[in-house]
Write a new protein. Structure first.
Length: 659
């Protein structure tokens, strides 16, 4: 930046006035852990992340089966940066591709009496997250299992990437079926020859994730949920039917153990328990949330029979210092020893910020802010001064407190707002016009901001009838919360031509891996109680989806006639008024307006009633696939499988898949 001229002060100040990069900082959501997240200062609390990776290395390289499981406790007050450490851990694991990451936000656990069953769902949900290779973590494991089978038959067989196997797996299964042979049966049989001490049903279910069509059912079964009898028979799995929640709870720890024992042959595993500090909830036996989680960690530690060949497992539990000192550390039966074995029952404390760290953190946050706007500030922390930041940092704030302070103080001197009109309607018009002038280019990238604006727009239409749809309610919490993990942003509850409808809306402006995760939820109408799913995404991002990709296949399912879902293009001119309206609502006191007046003027002027984006979401789906890039159609993929039927043995057929 030193060789680039400093940008005009007017341009810098206009950018600062139009967008505050710190405005959404502070509160970390589960999707921040899995997604791109937020700027991370690697030196801040490096001692904690370093300890995690050292623990992973130890369990991976140890030759002793008794040292294949270890655990750590991270302690810090609210806002100090516990979730930042977990986000850093996941990102480094993803870039290295050398471990599996499981994130358990205890906020999502709705019934402490069924904690093991809910953790089984958490485990499988995490394993179904997209990895650095562009496929699910469990699909990486399944591909490693398949490659192991192929090499056992023919050591000269080359290793195939997960995506290559995924591209051809269904085709090969279908080819075998035409000869009355079962490819999955043969593959499972070969794997069990290699590793006999694993559960054959777990093996089969994990291998089924190599099938694009059967992956959702395999994940559902691994989560402990029931399969339709015909589908279970097709997959060669038990139905999981006829079980009470109590019976599922009893079985879940054993199922978790089997899954972890299998996948840990191929990667070390990190399990992170977060948000455990709620002490108001109790299990039927009187244990609070921290006690229930500590007890679960102990049970996991004691029951996981890791073999010497496995890659090991590290359990991280994140909590406040008083939760450790007054609750977990006081529990009987060596529970605290099991929760914190790596550091011999000593929690790893996270540090507060100081002046130097705060300066570096603000530089990091502002670097992207200025770069994307092609601006060069006079110094890296403009409009702050380093002395100002160091002075605030002397109070040792938490990361959350510091970012909130930055949001409140990220401003420059601007001319005072003109005197407001006396008429409330004129004040509203002034506010709306002013907010419409804001630059929303950054907001167009932010799924959360877009979803909030659309949700607000529909909230102003409750009890209205728009295009034959009477809107009765907007549900901002989509249940089951654990499985949704925030991907479906909200549900529209209404009546269309006398029929009750429940439209799930997911705004996904981020990567294709995020798109896959969101679409998997959006097409599961039964689980999330939907009659229709609606994806909102920019047309330019839709067009970049490859026809051979997982995302495209899921889009096909969404818009199919039986699902009746749709894709709505996010158009800047249509979303901009909604972003302006929610800004007016949030800043109503600045314009001397009440919240009720804002709603009344929006209704009177039909600003949301006539909005084309909202109407498109409510309109009858066209059942037509959006246009995507046809580049893949011009490429011929190598047929990595060459099934032959000359051999009578399944093993021979498996080995002959490769030329």
């Amino acid at each position: 930046m030193n060789n680039i001229p400093v940008s005009p002060i007017e341009a810098l100040n206009a950018a600062i006035q139009n967008h505050n990069p710190f405005s959404k900082a502070g509160i970390v959501k589960e999707q921040d852990i899995w997604g791109k997240g937020f700027p991370d200062l690697p030196t801040l609390n490096a001692h904690a992340s370093d300890a995690i990776f050292q623990a992973v290395k130890k369990v991976k390289t140890s030759q002793s089966s008794q040292e294949k499981v270890t655990s750590l406790v991270l302690t810090a007050s609210m806002g100090v940066g516990k979730s930042h450490i977990l986000n850093r851990t996941r990102h480094r694991l993803e870039s290295n591709g050398n471990a599996l990451f499981v994130y358990a936000s205890v906020n999502n656990y709705t019934d402490l009496n069924f904690i093991k069953y809910q953790f089984q769902q958490t485990l499988v949900n995490s394993l179904s997250r997209i990895s650095s290779q562009g496929v699910m973590q469990c699909q990486e494991i399944a591909a490693a299992m398949a490659n192991e089978c192929f090499k056992a038959i023919n050591p000269a067989t080359p290793n195939l990437s997960p995506q290559k196997i995924l591209d051809q797996f269904d085709q090969v299964c279908a080819s075998w079926a035409t000869k009355n042979k079962n490819y999955m049966k043969a593959l499972t049989k070969q794997f069990l020859k290699t590793r006999s001490n694993v559960d054959p049903y777990i093996v089969r279910a994990v291998l089924w994730t190599l099938s694009e069509t059967e992956t959702p059912f395999a994940i559902k079964w691994l989560s402990g949920e029931e399969l339709d009898k015909s589908k279970a028979e097709e997959l060669g799995l038990p139905t999981n039917s006829g079980k009470t929640n109590q019976e599922r709870e009893v079985e879940s720890l054993n199922n978790v153990q089997k899954i972890l024992n299998l996948v840990s042959y191929y990667r070390p595993i990190i399990i992170c328990f977060d948000e455990i500090d709620v002490k108001t909830s109790c299990r039927d036996d009187g244990l609070t949330t921290p006690q229930v989680i500590a007890d679960l960690v102990k049970r996991l530690y004691d029951t996981l029979e890791q073999s010497e060949l496995s890659q090991g497992l590290v359990i991280i539990t994140v909590m406040a210092p008083d939760t450790w000192q007054q609750t977990v550390n006081m529990m009987p039966g060596s529970i605290a020893d099991r929760v914190s074995t790596y550091t011999q029952r000593k929690p790893i404390d996270l540090n507060y910020l100081n002046g130097d760290y705060l300066v570096d953190l603000v530089k990091l946050w502002l670097q992207d802010f200025y770069q994307v706007r092609n601006l060069n500030p006079p110094h890296a922390v403009y409009p702050f001064e380093e002395s100002q930041l160091r002075e605030y940092g002397r109070g040792k704030p938490t990361v959350r407190e510091a970012l909130i302070w930055c949001a409140e103080n990220f401003k420059v001197f601007m001319p005072p707002m003109p005197e407001l009109p006396e008429d409330p309607a004129e004040r509203f018009d002034l506010a709306f016009t002013k907010e419409l002038e804001e630059d929303i280019r950054e907001d167009m990238k932010d799924s959360f901001t877009i979803a909030n604006a659309i949700c607000f727009g529909f909230a102003t239409l409750i009890d209205e009838t728009v295009d034959n749809v009477k809107i009765n309610n907007i549900m901002t919490e989509v249940k089951p919360k654990l499985q949704n993990a925030g991907w479906i942003n909200f549900k529209i509850i209404g009546v269309e031509n006398g029929r009750k409808i429940k439209i799930g809306v997911a705004v996904i402006q981020t990567s294709q891996s995020d798109l896959v995760a969101g679409l998997r939820r959006l097409i599961d109408y039964q689980k999330f109680d939907l009659t229709r799913g609606c994806l909102v995404r920019s047309q330019s991002k839709i067009e970049k989806i490859s026809k051979s990709s997982q995302a495209y296949k899921l889009l096909e399912k969404l818009v199919a006639v039986e699902k009746g879902g749709e894709v709505v293009y996010l158009i800047e001119e249509q979303i901009k008024p909604l972003i302006a309206l929610i800004a007016v609502y949030q800043k109503c006191t600045e314009y001397n307006l009440t919240e009720e007046e804002v709603f009344d003027f929006i209704s009177q002027k039909k600003l949301t009633f006539d909005n084309l984006l909202l109407r498109e979401i409510l309109s009858d789906p066209s059942n037509q696939m959006p246009v995507v890039d046809d580049e893949d159609e011009l490429q011929l993929l190598d047929d990595i499988f060459n099934p032959t039927s000359s051999d009578d043995t399944d093993d021979g057929d498996l080995s002959d898949q490769f030329s």
